[in-house]
Design a protein. Sequence first.
Length: 350
Amino acid sequence: MATNHSGLKNADERRQLFQALPGKNLGALWEVYSNALTPEPVKREIPSVWRWQELRPLLYDAARLVPPEEAERRVLMLLNPGLPGLNAVTPTLYAGMQIILPGEVARSHRHTPNAIRFIVEGEGAFTAVNGEKTVMKPGDFVTTPTWVFHDHGNEGSEAVVWLDGLDMPLTTALSAIFYERHRERQQPLDRPNDASIARYGRGFRPTWMTPPVHYSPVINYRYEEARGTLAHLAETEAGSPFDGVMIEYINPLTGGPALPTMDAHLQWIQPGQQLKPHRHTGSTLYLGVEGRGVIEIDGQEFPWEEHDVVVVPSWCTHRHQSIGPSPAILFSLTDSPVLKAFSLYREEAQ
Ligand code: 1HN
């Protein structure tokens, strides 16, 4: 048999092989193997901060200049500079600041991405979910799970602003986006206001009702209660060495996260306290709620004040510290339920 393993002939054939691949939608794995399988996560998203002082005037300009008829939701998106072209703050999470003026309505619709709100400022706006209305106050945590109709309105006398968090980049990556408008601008309300809090938010379960369990039946977790719980714990407990005194917003039917893809927490860092550094998989969005602090991310300091947003990418070492005489209170949202569901969650003290 003729052998042609050697020399030029082989090199020519290799070149021909490489040239033939792209036109056939083929690629050589051995060329990219070590770029694809790295010893640790290689992040495209960048640790980032959005300062409320800078964002707020732009949001109020948007409220003045863009009428609600033009914008289904009047939102300034928080875009991670490391993810150009994506409406994303991390590879899985979307975040934005939404403003609604007195008298305005944000029309009713539903979509497959799960969403949360955390109220930043103003009173008198409401969210309606599944026929139930909840009037929101600063610090309230509101859930609008996958595929439930939701709309907002402002029946008060001041602008209301909240942080929106959605798992939209994940849903998009999975090609599972569906969206539909309600036939009415506002959905009909067929349950008492705050019915879900009265029915499921107090440690009881109506025995004959069978709500879905893959997301929390509670649509509003009040700040007063979350903060009161933290303050109570902080009197006697040191909490976690990495997160301080931290509580999870849970689905009362399962004890798990409020939404299947996103877990939300509120944490209290004592005045003058510096916590220990750690890292874990899953990306996290922090919102300053009270006081001031610093998040050190991979050696870089990100000071935060009230309503600033800071993003900590997956597997970045981070360390919390409070600044000043008051406790530092942070809200956070993470995609960790997804990582945990697929055995991809890892955590390390540093
Ligand atoms: C949405 O439905 C809301 O309901 C807010 O307030 C932000 C961002 C992307 C897609 C849908 C809302 C959103 C959104």
